[in-house]
Design a protein around this ligand. Structure first.
Ligand code: GUN
Ligand code: ZN
Length: 434
């Protein structure tokens, strides 16, 4: 494995090492961001950042790998994905409910076959590693096999991932429904099998309130109450047609969030994807309970869902950033940052590149409750890192050549970069083949 820092003697990487002292939504970028010449890692952990000379003096004999002026950052953290939708990414012409029925459900049906689930897990983790994503929080399918296949593939790579069995007991086709009891019992068995094993965590995962009965949401609420350290992930207020349908199905609910809240599915370890068309009460309750929402900008544009209110929400609650593969149209968190920038512009605010980079790393880690482990290369954190080429294509190179500071150098890669910008990836200190 070479001098990867996964074991043995460790390694010093030199380049432009980026870490965060604070959220750039809370402090000016110059205060929030620290740049260092080098980072040292050993046994899968970050030992220190600093000048090359200081780290060489502190860790004599440790090999130095020179990345010139590449940006060395925490690996990207994708806070909401559906790995089983890998093969149907970029499917044409539908809005949410039609898109689910036409493309998603038929594909998800295939994941009862463990060989297929394994093959797509491997493909998905290869693709995302090539794009610099080192942790993701994934929906699986209703099949327990789909969860175990994903966890086994991630575990073999030493990767920190969060995932759960997607529960649905109505408004889904034959072969893609569980029931209240089996959703609870299968989720519990998976949670007991996988939660806390190596770098794996289980997330209790009702798909969304239109595809769950009241009995199912209650059963999953009880499961969460018994295992409150698990995340609970679902979807919230993504598309106006979906909200109208939710209202027909849940006539007694005050609003969309209430369908979860009334069944014990609102709390600080709750993760609510999309959260676009929120009522004032929903914003207040999300903020009061300490819940996190996840912005999925390429998906929200691609499926035609709407414009997330970053400026209105980011000061009130934790916000993660996500591809939402395969409703999202890219595996790339760079492309996702670009879409977040564009959507904020459509709402009249320009997100600073430091804010975008924070959302894709430390901010997403915080939304997942993993901020003490991943998303920021400072001492003691896990060594999931990427080296980013800031001149990876002629278009980007000619724009970044004019840069007067680091953020002018990074922004063309945010807006135009893809997997070609990801020069190297380390997971748990081990270099990956990308
Ligand atoms: N709402 C319920 N299920 C899904 C899904 O798979 N993708 C998206 N984007 N929204 C959903
Ligand atoms: Zn989703």
């Amino acid at each position: 494995m070479g001098n990867g820092g996964g074991g043995g003697e460790g390694v010093i990487l030199s380049g432009q090492v980026l870490s965060f002292r604070a959220s750039p939504f809370d402090a000016p970028p110059a205060e929030a961001v620290a740049l260092h010449e080098a980072v040292a890692m050993h046994n899968g952990r970050i030992l220190a950042t600093g000048t090359r000379a200081a780290l060489r003096a502190r860790f004599p004999g440790m090999p130095v790998e020179d990345h010139a002026n590449r940006l060395i950052s925490a690996g990207f953290v994708d806070a909401h994905v559906h790995y089983p939708q890998t093969a149907i990414i970029a499917s044409w012409g539908k809005r949410l409910i039609d898109w689910l029925n036409t493309y998603t459900f038929p594909e998800e049906m295939r994941f009862g076959d463990p060989d297929y689930a394994r093959a797509v897990s491997e493909r998905y983790l290869d693709l995302t590693a090539a794009h610099g994503t080192t942790t993701m929080c994934s929906f699986c399918t209703i099949h327990p096999e789909s969860v175990s296949a994903f966890f086994e593939a991630a575990r073999a790579r030493g990767q920190r991932v969060i995932a759960g069995k997607t529960c649905m007991d109505r408004n889904a086709p034959d072969g893609l429904r569980d029931d209240a009891r089996s959703a609870h019992d299968d989720s519990l068995a998976l949670l007991e099998r996988w939660h806390g094993v190596d770098r794996l965590s289980y997330a209790i995962t009702p798909r969304f309130s239109p595809t769950s009965s009241q009995a199912q949401l209650e059963a999953l609420g009880a499961l969460w109450a018994a295992h409150p350290d698990c995340l609970m992930q679902t979807h919230l207020s993504e598309q106006t047609d979906e909200i109208a349908w939710m209202r027909e199905l849940w006539p007694g609910a005050r609003d969309y969030l209430d369908t979860y809240e009334a069944h014990g599915l609102l709390g600080a370890n709750g993760l609510y994807g999309h959260a676009i068309h929120l009522e004032p009460r929903e914003r207040d309750r999300l903020a009061e309970t300490g819940a996190a929402v996840v912005h999925c900008p390429t998906s929200n544009a691609f499926i035609g869902s709407g414009l997330f209110d970053m400026a209105g929400l980011v000061g009130r609650m934790r916000v993660g950033l996500a591809t939402d593969t395969g409703g999202g149209s890219s595996f790339s968190m760079l492309r996702t940052m670009a879409a977040a920038y564009e959507i904020a512009q459509l709402r009249g605010a320009a997100l600073h590149p430091a804010q975008l980079w924070w959302l894709a790393t430390a901010g997403s880690a915080r939304s997942l409750g993993q901020q003490d482990r991943i998303g920021n290369p400072v001492e003691g954190m896990e060594a999931d890192l990427i080296a980013v080429d800031l001149a990876s294509t002629p278009s980007i190179a000619q724009a970044s050549a004019r840069a007067g500071d680091i953020w002018e150098a990074v922004f063309p890669t945010i807006m135009m970069g893809d997997d070609r910008a990801i020069a190297q990836v380390w997971i748990g200190g081990r270099p990956q083949r990308v």
